[in-house]
Write a protein that binds this ligand. Structure first.
Ligand code: MOS
Length: 737
């Protein structure tokens, strides 16, 4: 029996397709009322007058909460510092200030959703407007350095850039930009808040149940033990559900005041402001190489937007520090403040945008050198982490280039732009490197054998639709020697043993070792029970001699001497047996540099008259340690690639620069890729073992899939058309210029 690595079907698949799986807004509670947020309609100013009388008189309305009547929270509502992820400054009706358009400024609670929505529209607000900063172009030159980028300094320098630029055979000096993007998971943010005396239960769509508990408790000034956060299913997160936003606390405040449980769901337009975004970025790239392709100088200066209430930093140049063995390298991160909602993590924050700039610049350099782009990358292959000097925990990037190029048919590419055609279309082939850190944090799990011979395993982690339920069930079943269907894995409850945020591609790498440790401790307990039990056929056997197979304890040398787990438990009073274990990285975390790597190859077809771009094929090949489930793993990598197509060609939040409101705040006008936009996607996972990331050898796969795709497509578009588009998304108007 060996489930790990198999293409096991999702254990939660049937519950999902039959609707049995309950998402946050679907939990039914008696007496539930509906809350709707009232949002600001100006980008900067103060509420001069707010008139709730009409709304309060409307049918079914129980409560209209504004800054005039909301409870005063400790620390002016600016509590909630929580690390990781970043602490958020929320909008909790503590003052009359408006910092961005579409900021929550009130909550209406009514018996029905329709009544609440209607009443929310009847809250009359008069504003005193202040001047707003809305245009990145106007403020980007006055940017400032943040204190830190993740745990690193915002600026870095190695070698001497001037020296590296001397005697260059080719130099690229170019500006790349990426727009603001919003996450748009299918399931919007949703919270149900229910108080029972002084205890609060939250059904919340979140990537971090214990994070929500800590933040909400701290913000409301109550003990974390009095808050329970439940989230069995998430309909997509992508980073926007990685931190606790205003609406979660507002739901709790509204429920407390209304005296009944309250459900608060953001509608699609409300997702464009108060719950984060990928910030607009600008990258000044400078790259120089000698005639042999040796990268002698590399500079990456990134400026990103943030809000006036909080610094959020898009760490785009961190990957530039580690990806190539360049002796002279300079990076800088800068921020510019705008009257917008605070940006946040969005799938591969930093790497998604940074890899576009870096990998497109390298493509330009390859053309300038008349060198194959893969060859250029191989000549600057980093054998160890060039920034830290530490060895990689594992790195199969050479193999990724090789296998990806072979599967893609890279050798058929004729390098000259515009030289390939098919069916009247310009054909372009482009490639780029993909990379993302291989993170791991502390996590805990509990494993319990029940008298009926089934096991219940729990950890306070989350499943964003990616396969956590399935993979943890596989790990537990293998460790316990039980068939898959006899193991139930539960997650998404802050009362379970704690696990980290399902962000940073770390859930499997962090939680699987904890599940393995707990299941292994339980296994040993059961074996010891049998050995110490004179009534057991395994009495006084050696601990190492005994295995559990298919629910039976047996002696390896003497398979006939065996007994079923249920029999053992029955003799011991029919009580469950359980073990809880914690698992965390050790010294290997600093002794090695942990990253996943990959190579992305894209084929685009461009209509020469209309500029329409179709992505015919993408091959992504990745070294991600051991893939615990081939099916869910490939799906997740494929999903990342699809995201990359959106980044490259479609996604952009358009702001009205007069009032700072997103004008395409809906899925009809904010374009994400649909099936018709996606051609063939081929995912290769190269054989890679990484015992230094964790005992299971598994690196995360949630984010690497999107990295490199923007550049691979932009490079393919250049190859097809000879037009170098440095501003994402690459829409057809840019090709018709
Ligand atoms: Mo991911 S953007 O770290 O949730």
């Amino acid at each position: 029996m060996n489930y790990i690595g198999q293409a096991v079907n999702r254990t939660d698949g049937i519950d999902k397709v039959t609707g049995r799986a309950l998402y946050a807004a679907e939990h039914r509670l008696p007496g539930l009322a509906h809350a709707v947020l009232v949002m600001s309609t100006i980008p900067h100013g103060r509420i001069a007058r707010i008139d709730t009388s009409a709304a309060e008189r409307m049918p079914g309305v129980r409560l209209v909460l504004t800054h005039l009547n909301a409870e005063r929270l400790p620390e002016d509502g600016k509590a909630g510092a929580n690390s990781p992820p970043a602490g958020r400054i929320m909008s909790l009706l503590q003052d009359d200030q408006v910092h961005y358009n579409n900021q929550p400024v009130g909550v209406v609670v009514a018996e029905s959703l329709e009544q609440a929505r209607d009443a929310a529209r009847h809250v009359r607000i008069e504003y005193e407007r202040y001047e707003a900063v809305l245009d990145f172009e106007q403020v980007k030159d006055a940017s400032y350095a943040p204190e830190k980028v993740k745990t690193d300094p915002p600026d870095s320098l190695r070698g001497n850039l001037e020296m590296g630029l001397r005697d260059a055979a080719a130099t690229v000096d170019a500006l790349y930009t990426t727009p603001t993007e919003h996450h748009n998971p299918m399931e919007p943010h949703a919270t149900i808040a229910a108080w029972d005396g002084d205890r609060l239960t939250l059904y919340d769509s979140t990537q971090y149940v214990t994070g929500v508990r800590t933040t909400v408790a701290k913000t409301l000034g109550i003990a974390p033990e009095r808050v329970q956060v439940i989230c069995p299913y998430v309909g997509g997160g992508f980073g926007c559900k990685g931190s606790t936003w205003s609406h979660v606390v507002l739901a709790a405040m509204a429920a407390r005041r209304a005296g009944c449980p309250v459900k608060l769901v953001l509608d699609r337009p409300q997702m464009f402001g108060p719950v984060g975004a990928r910030p607009e970025t600008e990258h000044r790239m400078l790259a120089a190489a000698d005639a042999s392709g040796r990268l002698n100088a590399l500079r990456h200066d990134v400026t990103a937007v943030t809000s006036f209430i909080e610094d959020w930093i898009e760490p785009s140049a961190l990957m530039t520090r580690m990806l190539y063995d360049c002796p002279n390298l300079e990076t800088r991160h800068r921020l510019s403040k705008l009257n917008i909602g605070t940006p946040t993590f969005m799938r591969a924050p930093g790497e998604a945008t940074g890899s576009f700039a870096l990998e497109a610049a390298l493509d330009e350099l390859a053309y300038a050198l008349e060198m194959d782009p893969i060859e250029l990358r191989l000549r600057n292959y980093a054998e160890k982490d060039p920034e830290k000097g530490t060895p990689w925990s594992s790195k199969s990037l050479r193999e990724c280039y090789r296998q990806g190029a072979e599967r893609f048919g890279w050798q058929r590419r004729t390098p000259r732009p515009g030289s390939m055609r098919a069916d009247g279309k310009l054909v372009g082939l482009g490639m780029a490197t993909a990379t993302y850190p291989a993170n791991r944090s502390q996590a805990a799990a509990m494993a319990r054998l029940l008298p009926d011979g089934t096991a219940l395993v729990r950890s306070g982690t989350q499943d964003l639709g990616t396969g956590t339920y399935t993979v943890m069930t596989q790990v537990a079943a293998d460790t316990l020697g039980l068939p898959l269907e006899k193991v139930r894995f539960e997650l998404g409850d802050s009362s379970f043993p704690g696990a980290p945020v399902s962000g940073g591609s770390q859930s499997v790498a962090s939680v699987a070792p904890a599940v393995r440790a707990a299941a292994d401790a339980l296994r040993k307990k059961l074996i010891e029970m049998a050995i110490g039990d004179p009534a057991s056929p395994l009495h006084q056997a050696g601990i190492e001699e005994i295995r559990i197979e298919d629910g039976w304890l047996c002696r390896q040398s003497e398979p006939a001497r065996r007994e079923e787990l249920t029999t053992l438990l029955a003799r011991h009073g029919g009580q469950p047996v359980e073990a809880t274990m914690q698992s965390k990285p050790g010294d290997e975390k600093t002794a090695y540099s942990h990253h996943s790597f990959g190579a992305v190859f894209a084929e685009v077809h461009v209509d020469p008259d209309l500029g329409e771009i179709r992505v015919a094929r993408i091959v992504g090949s990745y070294g991600v340690g051991r893939l615990l489930n081939r099916k869910t793993g490939r799906s997740q990598l494929m999903g990342g690639i699809v995201w990359g197509v959106g980044l490259a060609l479609l996604e952009k939040t358009e702001y009205d620069l007069r009032d700072g409101r997103a004008v395409n705040a809906n899925l009809a006008e904010y374009h994400v890729p649909v099936n018709a936009d996606i051609g063939e996607i081929d995912v290769i996972v190269v054989d890679e073992d990484d015992p230094r990331i964790n005992p299971l050898g598994a690196k995360g796969i949630g984010e690497i899939g999107i990295t490199g795709v923007g550049a691979a497509i932009a490079n393919a578009v250049y190859h097809a058309t000879g037009k170098r588009i440095r501003n994402l998304p690459i829409t057809l108007d840019k090709l018709l210029d």
